[in-house]
Design a protein. Structure first.
Length: 346
């Protein structure tokens, strides 16, 4: 039986905007409620750096407009996830490392957008991964002593150059990465990666020197690539769920679009922006945004991959606007596939 691994990027928006309760805690609760009905397991990739910044500000006396401690609520939710049989692993958006709270909003470090070429005066990449791992273990192990953090996802899929990440993972004892989107390529003003050479019909592979290049021999690190298939970008927006999500999170959506349609920090112009919608891209299987017809399409596509038996799909609580299509997807998956967490799989 094919296995499906439902992953959740547990985070605010990349530009620092968003509300922990509105965009993380509350929609995650909705996702978990639906998952429980279908016996589905969720693996949350917890963005630990923004948690550090939120915790620091709150404990320094700045409540950032919150009535309750947002960092404490995040801690309670991920512990509760483990209690209900779900999983929690490490997510890193390095633009948060040197983020500052100024004029009632977060100013993130756009120069450190990509984990692959992370360069901060305050810590090394190895320290970032190591401290992130230990933070999650410090939160969860007092309640579940056997818990281990051993998996990583780079923010925005920015895991190149991956040699540096692989080296740091080995030094920190991390066993799994799930950042690679086979076939995907981006060369914007912020995200830069090229995974067009990564195998698109493998459920996992052993990692040698690079995350995106399978090793011919068994190694100490496994890559769990995220499911992706080529579609015309315009089809992504032929969905009331995506349009509603864009309207609800207009500022972040506009910033993301500008970054994607600009190259090297230069505005691409109107023609580049229009042509963007009519080009193909490898689209991840997003269970928080897909309408039912796109879920059907992806189920059909995975049925054609006879040799692959592991499928990693992705969601973002900040993007959730309705649980209707999520219920459809989980019901259909429950008929044909086995739900597993990352820890189960390893």
């Amino acid at each position: 039986m094919k296995k499906i691994l439902l992953t959740l990027d547990y985070e605010l928006f990349g530009d620092g905007s968003g509300d922990v309760f509105k965009h993380i805690v509350e929609p995650t609760n909705l996702i978990l409620e639906v998952a429980e009905r279908y016996g589905a397991k969720i693996t949350a990739f917890f963005e630990v750096v923004e948690y550090w910044r939120l915790k620091h500000e709150w404990e320094s006396g700045n409540h950032m407009g919150y009535n309750c401690n947002p960092a404490e609520m995040m801690e309670k939710q991920v512990v509760d996830m483990i209690r209900h049989g779900h999983d929690v692993q490490l997510h890193l958006h390095p633009q948060w490392v040197d983020a500052k709270w100024l004029d009632n909003h977060w100013e993130v470090d756009y120069k450190n957008w990509r984990l692959g070429d992370f360069n901060s005066p305050t810590m090394t990449l190895k320290q970032l991964i190591s401290e992130g791992k230990h933070t999650l273990e410090d939160i969860i192990q007092p309640h579940f002593p056997n818990y281990k953090c051993y998996a990583l996802r780079a923010g925005g899929y920015n895991a190149q150059p991956s040699e540096t990440i692989v080296e740091a993972m080995r030094e920190c004892g991390m066993m799994v990465d799930s950042s690679i989107v086979p076939g995907a390529k981006e060369d914007g003003s912020l995200s830069i990666y090229d995974y067009t050479s990564a195998p698109d019909c493998e459920g996992l592979w052993y990692v040698g020197k690079k995350l995106e290049e399978p090793s011919k021999e068994k190694t100490d690190i496994i890559e769990l690539p995220i499911v992706s298939f080529p579609i015309l970008r315009i089809f992504k927006f032929m969905s009331h769920t995506r349009i509603k999500s864009i309207l609800l999170n207009r500022k972040s959506a506009q910033a993301s679009f500008e970054a994607k349609t600009s190259s090297g920090g230069t505005n691409g112009g109107m023609l580049r922006k229009l042509s963007f919608f009519f080009k193909k891209e490898f689209q991840t299987w997003d269970y928080c945004l897909f309408p039912c017809w796109m879920h059907r399409r992806y189920f059909h596509k995975i049925a054609t991959q006879k040799s692959r038996d592991i499928f990693v799909v992705i969601g973002h609580p900040k993007s959730l606007v309705s649980t209707k299509s999520l219920e459809f997807m989980l019901k259909k998956a429950n008929e044909k596939m086995k739900f597993v967490s990352l820890s189960d799989l390893i």
